[in-house]
Design a protein around this ligand. Structure first.
Ligand SMILES: *Cc1c(COP(=O)(O)O)cnc(C)c1O
Length: 392
């Protein structure tokens, strides 16, 4: 494999011009606002754990930012997904339609609910669930009986559809929701990577019945660990709060629980970090779009596909991505950049190739395999040289 002269070293040079010397990670957090102050306030007030005003405040900030009516904070994004799936009625023995090109959390969460994934292909442009593939799959395999949708092949109930906005690029969520509505299948959006990504003026995660966010250390904003369930449905939001707080019946001193719940609430310390990060979010998104623009111009000049959001949608550019010409070129590129301390990464090994899920039904997954062999993520943090702008 010949290293493309216009691509390999010039890409390393571009990254160095934005991020400086030393090891450059794919995504690092930026704590340039009130993070320290809010954490110290928490400690001084003794409210560090599962009770405290910061949790409610952070929930309100996320609801306001996304335009969802309700937001319920959780201990991480996987827990948020688990609860969201249970809230739309996913039960033991069910199946959930999802994409194979995703992070393991998507499939782990359905496994916790006792369900297993059915993999439908993604679109090559969005890297997210393909409405055309979904329509084809349902036309061939779905059967509606007594108001429920069953998979003719496996006999199991198709209880939900879980699309994911890959690397912050919105998938064709409106079409996916419309198709699922025809069949009466609930949509839960995995918006873990897409805080700050929009379809038109509408934030990702507000199209399905419920959606989930993640505030893990590598996401656009972080609470250390954390997640959120967002929804417009008040009853579902109340259930989400109840289930994630051990299903405790509110009472000043008695401990009564009315069902099996989870200890999935976000501690006040983490929420305090989230409140400070939310104050920086708009600026971070602006700077991340500028980083994307630098990559866009560079890759346009050498004829390599830089992954763009669909027209009419806005990406948060959580992780910038390019599509290389072949698996060989991808491997050479990964080797070249990582050995020079510029971190780049292939997409996740497809879920359908992992031992836990390799026996699950799928539709051939042609685009997923094609992308798996070619897509690489590039360093995408807010550059340190832009930190003064976060403080301004
Ligand atoms: C980060 C992420 C999650 C949630 O991960 P946690 O680490 O549990 O917060 C879920 N789905 C996707 C696609 C993710 O990238």
């Amino acid at each position: 494999m010949v290293e493309r002269a216009a691509l390999f070293q010039p890409m390393v040079d571009l990254v160095r011009s934005m991020y400086g010397g030393g090891f450059i990670p794919l995504h690092r957090p930026a704590f340039e606002g009130n993070e320290r102050q809010y954490l110290v306030d928490c400690i001084d007030s003794n409210f560090v754990s599962s009770v405290g005003a910061r949790v409610v405040e952070f929930e309100q900030q996320i609801a306001a930012f996304t335009g969802a009516n309700f937001a319920v904070a959780t201990v991480n994004g996987t827990a948020a997904l688990h609860v969201a799936l249970e809230l739309v009625g996913v039960k033991h023995g069910d199946e959930v339609i999802t994409q194979t090109l995703t992070f393991i959390a998507t499939c782990n969460a359905m496994s916790y609910a006792g369900a297993r994934p059915v993999f439908v292909d993604v679109d090559r442009d969005t890297m997210g669930l393909s409405p055309d593939a979904l329509r084809r799959f349902l036309a061939e395999h779905a059967e509606v009986r007594d108001g429920q949708v069953y998979n003719k092949g496996t006999g199991r109930r198709l209880a939900a559809c879980l699309p994911m906005h890959t690397f912050g690029h919105p998938c064709r969520i409106e079409q996916i929701v419309a198709i699922c509505e025809e069949y009466g299948i609930a949509v839960v959006e995995d918006a873990a990577e897409s805080l700050g990504s929009y379809v038109g003026a509408r934030h990702t995660g507000t199209f399905g019945k419920l959606a989930t966010l993640s505030f893990n250390g590598n996401k656009v904003i972080t609470t250390g660990g954390g997640g959120m369930v967002i929804t417009d449905d008040e009853a579902l939001a109340k259930r989400a709060k109840h289930l994630t707080t051990t299903a405790k019946v509110p009472h000043p001193y008695e401990f009564v629980h009315d069902e099996i719940g989870y200890n999935y609430r976000m501690p006040n310390l983490n929420a305090a970090l989230g409140c400070a990060q939310m104050e920086l979010l708009s600026k971070m998104l602006e700077i991340k779009a500028e980083v994307a623009q630098r990559y866009r111009e560079f890759f346009a000049g050498i004829g390599t596909r830089f992954v763009e959001p669909l027209p009419g949608t806005t990406a948060n550019y959580w992780l910038n991505a390019i599509v290389l010409d072949s698996e060989e070129e991808r491997d050479a590129f990964l080797q070249y950049t990582n050995s020079r301390e510029v971190m780049t990464r292939p997409v996740w090994r497809l879920m359908s190739r992992l031992p836990m899920f390799q026996h699950c039904q799928h539709d051939g997954l042609e685009n997923s395999r094609w992308l798996e062999a070619r897509v690489v993520n590039l360093p995408s943090s807010v550059p340190e040289s832009d930190f003064p702008r976060l403080r301004a």
